[in-house]
Design a protein around this ligand. Sequence first.
Ligand SMILES: Nc1ncnc2c1ncn2[C@@H]1O[C@H](COP(=O)(O)OP(=O)(O)OP(=O)(O)O)[C@@H](O)[C@H]1O
Ligand SMILES: [Mg+2]
Length: 459
Amino acid sequence: MEDLKILILDDESRITEKLKHQLEKKKYLVYTANTPNEGISQLALHLPDILILDVMLPGANGLDLLEGIKKDYPTMEVLMISGYGDMDMVIKALRLGASDFIRKPFQIIDIQMAIERTEKYIRMQTQLATVEDRETLVSKELSSLIEKEFIGESFHIKKVLDMALKVAQDGNVNVLVTGENGTGKEIISRLIHYASPRSKAAFAPVNSSAIPETLLESEFFGHVKGAFTDAREDKKGYFELVNNGTLFLDEIADMPIALQAKLLRAIEENRIKRVGGNKEIDVDVRIISATNKNIEQLIDDGKFRLDLFHRINTIEIHIPPLRERVDDIPVLLNHFVKIISQRKGKECPLVSEDLIKKLKLYAFPGNVRELRNMVERAMILADGNELLPDDFPLRGEKTTVNVSTGSLNLDSNEKQLIEVALKQCDYNQTKAAEVLGISRDAMKRKIKKFGIIISKEIC
Ligand SMILES: Nc1ncnc2c1ncn2[C@@H]1O[C@H](COP(=O)(O)OP(=O)(O)OP(=O)(O)O)[C@@H](O)[C@H]1O
Ligand SMILES: [Mg+2]
C-alpha cells in the first residue's frame, strides 16, 4: 500500500504546521488547511485516507463538517480533536462516524498513536477487500491486531489475551477488568470492543468521579426539556448515545451509591428513562468496567452494591502487576524502544542485558505506564547506541516517600501521597502523576476528589 495521506484541518496554523512537521518524519503525506472552505477543497483534491479535524472552526462546527464528509467520503477515517471535558460532543462525533478523538491540549504521541491505530484498521480493510475468505481472515487479523497492541509473552498475559478474545466474540457479556494502576485496563477494554461485533459503534470511556454528582443521572440517562432549571432542551445520555456500542465505566468503584441503583436497573432491563421523562427507551449497550480497588471490600463496607457487582462482573479479567510477570519486561521494553525511536526518527538503540536484569528486580508500582515513561525519559537523555542500567534511575534509589499519618485509611493516605508527590515535583501535575504511576487524567480527578489546592499551576 502507498504512503498514507493525511489532511489536517485546524484554524490554528501553529498546530497544523507542528503536526505536519512531525508526521512527515514518519513518511506520511501531509496536507494542511486552516479554514473549512480550504479543507473541503483539499479533501476533494487529495482524497486523504485520514482527516484530522478540529471541532471549533471559524464559521463552522467540526461536527457538522464531519457529518457531511462522512456522507461524501464514507470510507475516509476522521480523527477529531476537541477541547477538554466535552463528553457529549465526543460521543456525538463517534456516533457520526469519527474513528477516534483526541483531547486538546494533546501531545504529538497521542495523535501518532491514533493514526497508527487507524492505519492498521485501514490496511486491514484493504486486505479484506481482496481476499475471499473474509471470516477466517477477520478473526486472524483481529487476534494479531490485538497481540500487536497488547504486548506480553508471560503465561499471565497470554491468558488475559485469550480471555479478551473470547469475550470479544460475544458482544453482550459484561466484563470487569481489574488490576493496579497502569497495568493496561483501558487498552484491553478498547481491544475487546474493537474486536467485537460492536466495533462499528462507539466505545465511550466514562469516569463518573469526573462528573459533578448533581449531573450524573442526566449524563448517563439524558433529560427532557424542563426537567430542571438548566434543562433547556431534550438531551440524550450516554446509554442512548452509545447505543449498540460499549460503555467503558472507568474507576467503577468510585460510582456514587445512588447512581449504582439506577445503573443496575438500566443494565438489567436494557431500558432507561430520561430524567423528568416517562417514556421507556430501549438501549443495547455492553458494559466494560475497570477498577484498581478491591470491590469485595467495598461491598462489605456498604459502599458498593452486591447486585450491581454481579451484573457488571459476568466475566472478570484480572491483569496482574508487572512485577508478577517479569517475562513481559524485555518484550515491553523492546516494544517501547522501537516505537519511540520510530517516532523520533532515530535509529533503534540496543538494550543491554544488565538493564533487563536491573528492571526485572524492580517493583514497578506504576506498572507498564511507568516502564513506558522510563523509556521515554531514557531515550531523551541517553547518549550512544545502547541503553544501559544507568539510563534507568529507579524510584526508591534516590527518594523515598514517607507517609506516616498513623492511620491505615486508604483515602487519607492517598491524599497525602498525592500532596507529597506534587510538592516534590514543584506542583507540576504531569510529573507528579508520573511519579505516582497514574495517568494525568487520574491525577486531575484525584486532585478534584480530595479538594487538593494547587499553589502553582504549571500544566
Ligand atoms: N500489555 C501492554 N502492551 C503495550 N502497552 C501497554 C500494555 N499495558 C499497558 N500499556 C500502556 O501503558 C499505559 C497505561 O495503560 P492503561 O491506560 O490501559 O492502564 P490502566 O490500567 O487503565 O491505568 P489506570 O488504572 O492508571 O487508569 C498506556 O500507555 C498503555 O498503552
Ligand atoms: Mg485507566
